[in-house]
Design a protein around this ligand. Structure first.
Ligand SMILES: *Cc1c(COP(=O)(O)O)cnc(C)c1O
Length: 425
């Protein structure tokens, strides 16, 4: 059983090398959810331990992270008003676009127009939309490694070649900008920047973001800014939206209510054109975006209708509480990892809900890679961690710290005893 599933993942990963890049390891045909399903199936229910999952980034599994009551009330009110049972315009309800444009403009030097905003059923469809509208025969896209596997998967479906640049663990996971320049050619359409970062938990400085924009300008490409963790920054660097540099290079900002409002199941997100110099504002391109919206279908009308209230009425105290919690749980993770000899964390997380840690396999006796590590861990300890390979970094692990401190401490305790048990004597 275990062998079969291990092979299943390893085969999936092995077929990835579509473009002949030797060092290319980021999977373009597996998803985090797919691997988690296999890991969960491998848990041994006879070991008497409850399952602790630090695998998937869904904070709602823990009662410490629950949606603001005002947001819930806004949805109830919108639903019960009986005004929002029909189809919305496929680009989104006007009031929803206005509210999102206003919300994002708070942090920008320029004012977004509601017409710059397209409402999507979460950030994932916004990713799919962006790649679909940019896809052209022969085009390629620059993706971060480690990163978010949906981008590679989506690129594959659209016949866009995915080219991976490294994030540098010793430089707070900053983008290797030399590598970006070396990878790009005249068929490169875009670069993806995820900030605050999943999986690394990094938050980029203003200066670094500006440098990224300057490189994009030089390469004449658009920046896809995945800001699904926007404002979830609890370290020294404040969150700066990429759109701030929209006049250097055009920015497509992707986001959703999912993470900041802790409602990933509500499926409400956005694709926003941060393009003050108007490079993409030609009627043909806008037509293409609108057509794509017609194909895709919208989030539920009553959820859209609730967005203005959700944005206006959610109190600062709600956000502060979430940040405090994430700071606490990420600190617990960072400190407890320090106590495990075969695992190290090069950069203390400053944002998002996940972090990357490195496994030193030379200290372990009977484990050959991160996938075997995670499978044995699931079986022996009922603890689910994400193998680094799933996000493009072999022999690392991704840990989600958005969970209650008690489970986290218990989970990391199990990780420690697992490592001790498998250490070379
Ligand atoms: C969670 C996540 C998404 C998807 O967001 P949804 O709104 O749930 O679709 C996209 N990008 C990154 C980096 C994420 O972590």
């Amino acid at each position: 059983m275990e062998k079969v599933m291990l092979n299943q993942i390893q085969n999936q990963v092995a077929t990835v090398n579509n473009y002949g890049r030797e060092e290319f390891e980021a999977p373009t045909n597996i998803t985090i959810k797919g691997i988690l399903r296999l890991l969960m199936a491998n848990v041994d229910s006879d070991n008497g331990k409850r399952v602790i999952s630090l695998g998937l980034g869904d904070p709602t599994a823990s009662s410490c992270f629950s949606a603001p009551a005002v947001a819930q009330q806004a949805v109830v009110d919108a639903l019960c008003s009986n005004k929002f049972n029909g189809y919305p315009p496929t680009v989104g309800l006007p009031q929803t676009r206005i509210a999102i444009a206003g919300y994002l403009s708070r942090d920008l030097p320029h004012e977004l127009s509601p017409d710059d905003v397209y409402v999507t059923a979460g950030c994932t469809p916004a990713i799919e939309m962006t790649l679909s509208i940019l896809a052209q025969p022969g085009s390629n896209i620059l993706l971060p490694r480690p990163g978010f596997p949906i981008y590679g998967l989506c690129a594959n479906f659209r016949n866009i070649e995915a080219r991976y640049f490294d994030l540098l663990p010793d430089k707070s996971w900053e983008v290797d900008l030399d590598a970006v320049e070396a990878l790009a050619d005249h068929n490169t359409v875009a670069i993806v920047i995820i900030n605050p970062g999943n999986p690394c938990g990094n938050v980029y400085s203003y200066q670094h973001l500006k440098k990224i924009a300057e490189v994009a300008q030089k390469l004449n490409i658009v920046i896809i800014a995945d800001e699904v963790y926007g404002h979830l920054a609890f370290g020294t660097n404040p969150f700066v939206p990429m759109g701030v540099f929209g006049s250097i290079a055009p920015v497509f900002t992707l986001g959703s209510l999912s993470k900041r409002w802790l409602v990933p199941g509500w499926r409400l997100g956005w694709f926003v054109m941060n393009d003050p110099t108007g490079i993409f504002k030609n009627p043909k391109f806008i037509e293409r975006v609108k057509k794509y919206c017609d194909i895709c279908g919208d989030p539920a009308t009553f959820i859209q209708a609730a967005v203005p209230h959700i944005i206006e009425q959610t109190k600062e105290a709600f956000f502060t509480k979430t940040l405090k919690m994430l700071k606490q749980t990420s600190d617990i993770c960072y400190e407890m990892i320090k106590e495990i000899p075969c695992i190290s964390c090069p950069h203390k997380p400053q944002g998002s809900m996940t972090m990357m840690v490195k496994v030193n396999l030379s200290l372990l006796e009977d484990i050959t890679d991160d996938i075997e590590f995670c499978f044995k861990l699931a079986k022996e300890e009922s603890l689910i961690l994400m193998p680094g390979l799933a996000v493009g970094l072999k022999n690392w692990l991704r840990i989600t710290f958005a969970t209650d401190p008690t489970s986290l401490e218990e989970g990391l305790g199990r990780l420690k005893s697992f490592c001790q048990r498998h250490s070379k004597k």
